[in-house]
Design a protein around this ligand. Sequence first.
Ligand SMILES: C[S@@+](CC[C@H](N)C(=O)[O-])C[C@H]1O[C@@H](n2cnc3c(N)ncnc32)[C@H](O)[C@@H]1O
Length: 230
Amino acid sequence: MVSDTGTAQHEQHILECWHQNAEPWTDAIRNAEIASRVLATNQAVEAAVLATRPGSVLDVGCGEGWLVRRMLALGIPARGLDVIPALVDSANAQGGEFAVASYEDIAAGRVAWQADTVSCNFALIGEESTAQLLRGVHRLLHPGGHFVVQTLHPVEACGQMPYQDGWRQGSWDGFSQRFVNAAPWYFRTLESWRALFAACGLRLVSEHWPVHPRTGRPASVVFVAVVADA
Ligand SMILES: C[S@@+](CC[C@H](N)C(=O)[O-])C[C@H]1O[C@@H](n2cnc3c(N)ncnc32)[C@H](O)[C@@H]1O
């Protein structure tokens, strides 16, 4: 575990890390280098989004934009937001509409885009930044809209560490040698995730645990939420 005292530094490190790794990340996604994505989690998030029957999708923390392009290919209007300009540029270069925005921008009401379904795929990494997006996501949703989050499965991602919330050391193990400066990430138990949704005014309507076909273990957890008083 890494120190909890430097939350602001950890959040800063996460942003620096994505600035530095935008290019290898784009290549890793476009060359299908991450087996769990190809085998399980890409399909899981796509299915969860489609199950909400969206007339439009907004993908936040969209990276190089694959999920937006997938939605467009299915005929669903979709756009993406990410905090890293190099990733947004790389997404825009493939077609589609992408803009630079952070979760803080969303929470502060600085983003005007809205959609029926907002997705967030493996992009909730920090502590306060995650809470910011969950608190602010209602601003991005059309009335009655859905929020779909896919993230690491806490029980699987916990490893030998205590099963309790806290900052964890990051690693690029299993990724290409081009990745640098792994950032810490904030671990939440399943109970903490569920409590955070509720505390941010979101009501969970479903929770899926996609299974990795090779290991037979959960590959992730997918939460689907709506605005609680909607
Ligand atoms: C693991 S990548 C996932 C990218 C994409 N969702 C996908 O499925 O390929 C994490 C993404 O979260 C974005 N991100 C991290 N912190 C963010 C923040 N505070 N605001 C907006 N985007 C953020 C990063 O820039 C990066 O693109």
